[in-house]
Design a protein around this ligand. Structure first.
Ligand SMILES: [Fe+2]
Length: 178
C-alpha cells in the first residue's frame, strides 16, 4: 500500500476517541483542517492541521498512557514518521504544536479555555514555558504556524458537526509529498 492510502486507511479505520473528548481522533484532525481552511491558511498549514495528531495513530493505546500519567510524545512520533514523506513546511508545525500549547498557556485566559484532558497532558508535557524558552520559541521558523495550528486544535472537538471525509483531502496530501 502506498503512503497516502495507508494514511487514509488509518483515518477511516481508527475509531478511538480523542483523549478525554467526545470526538474521534479522525474527526478531531479533520475539524482542525477545516478550521485552517475557514481561516484562509496556506495549504501547507491545512495539511499540517489534518495530520497534526497522526502520532496518536502510531501510539498503540494513547488513553492508557494518559491514565498512567505518561507523555507519549505523540508530536515527535508523528513528526519522525511523517517527515519521511511530507515537505518541511507541513511537518514543522506538527513537531511544535505541543510547544505552542506550553507557550500559549502562559496567558491565563488561554489556560482557562483548555479542556480537563488538555490541562492534564500539559502537565505531563512539562508544563507552562518559562520566559527564556518562550523567547527562543518565538524565533522558531514554525512559530506562527504552530500557534495557529494549536488554536484550531483546541477548538476542534465539537460533536454533531457535518465534517468532510479524509478522502476529500487526498489530493492535498498527494500535493505535499516530498
Ligand atoms: Fe490535536
Amino acid at each position: 500500500m502506498n503512503i497516502i492510502d495507508q494514511i487514509i486507511s488509518s483515518y477511516l479505520n481508527n475509531k478511538s476517541l480523542y483523549i478525554g473528548e467526545k470526538v474521534t481522533m479522525t474527526e478531531h484532525m479533520i475539524q482542525t483542517a477545516m478550521l485552517a481552511e475557514k481561516n484562509n491558511c496556506s495549504s501547507n498549514l491545512v495539511c499540517s492541521s489534518l495530520l497534526h495528531d497522526y502520532g496518536h495513530f502510531i501510539i498503540e493505546n494513547p488513553n492508557h498512557l494518559v491514565n498512567k500519567e505518561e507523555d507519549g510524545k505523540h508530536e515527535d512520533l508523528g513528526y519522525e514518521f511523517l517527515k519521511k514523506y511530507f515537505v518541511k513546511d507541513v511537518v514543522g508545525p506538527i513537531k511544535y504544536h505541543v510547544k505552542a500549547k506550553k507557550y500559549l498557556a502562559r496567558d491565563k485566559n488561554y489556560y482557562k479555555t483548555l479542556s480537563k484532558a488538555s490541562k492534564i497532558s500539559l502537565k505531563l508535557q512539562g508544563g507552562i514555558m518559562d520566559n527564556n524558552e518562550a523567547k527562543e520559541f518565538e524565533n522558531n521558523k514554525f512559530f506562527e504556524d504552530s500557534i495557529k495550528l494549536r488554536k484550531f486544535d483546541e477548538i476542534a472537538k465539537k460533536t454533531g458537526l457535518n465534517i468532510k471525509s479524509i478522502n476529500d483531502y487526498k489530493n492535498l496530501l498527494i500535493s505535499k509529498l516530498v
